[in-house]
Design a binder for this molecule. Structure first.
Ligand code: DCS
Length: 500
């Protein structure tokens, strides 16, 4: 019986080994292997290891905490959620509260009425039920009303697909448009790597157009045209143009005339315009304001038949920063009914987006108005957050520009600074010896010296031979001086070490 048992255990081991070998990196989907997403890449993984070390061995590193400046995740760094939004969410998720008399002393009158209004649009008032695959109709009505109020042009609830953040909407559109590697998507360089990752996952080709650092990350139509024609000459069928406005990682806000040129370019070249507008509420300079591409297109007289346009919004950014609630939408216009049916079909495969995110998406597009009980407190919270973000952006921008070997464009919007690090040749050689991109080498040294986590510019793309890092403006305001002091000390020591 012992022999039998050992035979069984060895057979089992062999079987498991055989099974284990049946799934190996070598035999995974090559599109998955090709996909990269630097925002949570090697630097962040190393930071998490160091964080564990700090917990296990306090005092073992030259800093006492990790400062995550790699991801636009405001509430992970102490930003508070907007009270009104959370009151409405709480009441919608536990409707029996609305029957209690004491509710009036705990929640604002307009949050109570908004919750009742929202629940009335949800079949059975059941936030735990699947909804329509585009999202609850009443919430899409509210989002469409918010878009119309923002732009001054009509919006239609049937054009709205409420999504679990903007990311799934981007993936859905890449899935829809990309047939094979001969299909190309024009993307800005530097770009937010959701786009390069999604194009890789769907087996398409990223066709780059370079933002011009010297002109504050301006977008030249002539460069767009050159890249488009170059791609077409190589047999690439360019399907769409991605614009991120305000920009991530670059922080620029497009000028209105530039936006007009982009819309005309897409119409004339037969391109779908994918307008990523998740930072539409994050504008920090007085000389720029947000114009949606929907508004620009309609202002130019372009209607449904002129331009296929997808506009992406999210509850993760702005002053709300509700990244973990996974809310957002895509507004699709200018597609034929049969194409819309295909978009609906893909959306329906995932049944629906989460209801909390849906409610929040409707709230950020319809916040309290003047005269509402919550308006004053809502506006104080909103202005407080945005004004603080603007101050933090300016403080970090100035600090970077005051350091030898660093130049940094203004963050007009979004949540990031993208300084260029003019690395000495010796540092570039040291990086090569370490088999790392120079900006990744720099970012790793920064992390190990200060605990500050940034993302190397190579994770977003950059003009060859230039090196950048992306740093968020999100550490709480009282921590910004410490971030600057630590960064300055590291950078000066690094430059002294590698000065040629
Ligand atoms: C330009 C842009 N589009 C879409 C998204 C996706 O957001 P949601 O799926 O949460 O709606 C992000 C997230 N920003 C990432 C996440 O944090 N830092 C970043 O660069 C983004 O920056």
């Amino acid at each position: 019986s012992a022999l039998l048992a050992s035979r069984r255990s060895s057979d089992r081991f062999l079987f498991l080994f055989a099974m284990a070998a049946s799934v190996a990196v070598e035999n995974l989907n090559p599109k998955v292997l090709k996909c990269e997403y630097a925002v949570r890449g090697e630097i962040v993984i190393h930071a998490q290891r160091l964080q564990q070390q700090l917990q296990n061995q306090p005092g073992s590193l030259p800093f006492d905490e990790i400062l995550y400046c790699n991801i636009g995740n405001p509430q992970s760094l102490g930003q508070q959620p907007v009270t009104f939004f959370r009151e409405v969410l709480a009441l919608c998720d536990h409707p029996c509260l609305l029957e209690k008399e004491e509710i009036k002393s705990l929640f604002s009158a307009d949050a109570i009425s908004r919750a009742k209004q929202i629940l009335a649009t949800i079949p059975g008032r059941a936030t735990g039920a699947y909804s329509h695959s585009q999202g609850i109709k009443g919430l899409r009505d509210a989002i469409a009303a918010g878009i119309a109020s923002r732009d001054g042009f009509p919006a239609n609830a049937d054009d709205i697909f409420i999504t679990d953040g903007a990311s799934p909407g981007v993936h859905l559109m890449m899935q829809l448009l990309i047939r094979n590697e001969k299909d190309g998507i024009l993307c800005p360089i530097p770009q937010y790597p959701l786009y390069s990752a999604s194009i890789a996952l769907h087996g398409g080709t990223l066709v780059p157009y370079y933002l011009d650092e010297k002109t504050g990350w301006g977008l030249e139509i002539s460069d767009l045209k050159k890249q488009l024609e170059d791609a077409r000459s190589k047999g690439i069928d360019v399907r769409a143009l991605v614009v991120i406005n305000p920009g991530n990682p670059t922080g620029q806000v497009l000028a209105e005339d530039n936006q007009c040129d982009i819309v005309k370019f897409c119409k004339n070249e037969g391109l779908v315009l994918l307008a990523d507008e998740v930072y539409q509420e994050n504008i920090y300079v007085d000389n720029k304001k947000f114009n949606s591409f929907k508004k620009i297109a309609r202002s130019l007289g372009y209607g449904e038949d002129d331009l296929p346009l997808v506009s992406f919004q999210s509850v993760s950014k702005g002053y709300y920063g509700e990244c973990g609630k996974r809310g957002g939408y895509m507004e699709i216009t200018g597609f034929s009914a049969p194409v819309r049916e295909q978009i609906y079909k893909i959306a329906s495969v995932n049944l629906c987006s989460n209801i909390t995110g849906q409610i929040l998406a409707s709230l950020v597009m319809n916040p309290p108005k003047v005269g509402d009980e919550s308006f004053a407190s809502y506006k104080a919270e909103k202005d407080g957050i945005l004004e603080s973000l603007a101050r933090r952006a300016k403080a970090l921008e100035d600090a970077f520009n005051n350091l030898e070997g660093i130049t940094c464009n203004k963050a007009e919007g979004a949540m990031y600074l993208f300084p260029q690090i003019h690395l000495p040749q010796k540092a570039i050689e040291a990086a090569k010896a370490a088999k790392k991109a120079p900006d990744a080498f720099y970012a790793l040294r920064l992390l190990e010296s200060t605990g500050i986590v940034v993302v190397p510019g190579s994770g977003f793309g950059q003009v060859p031979g230039t090196w950048h890092i992306r740093c968020t403006i999100l550490p709480q305001e009282e921590k910004i001086p410490a971030v600057i002091t630590r960064f300055k000390a590291f950078h000066e020591a690094f430059m002294a070490e590698y000065r040629g």
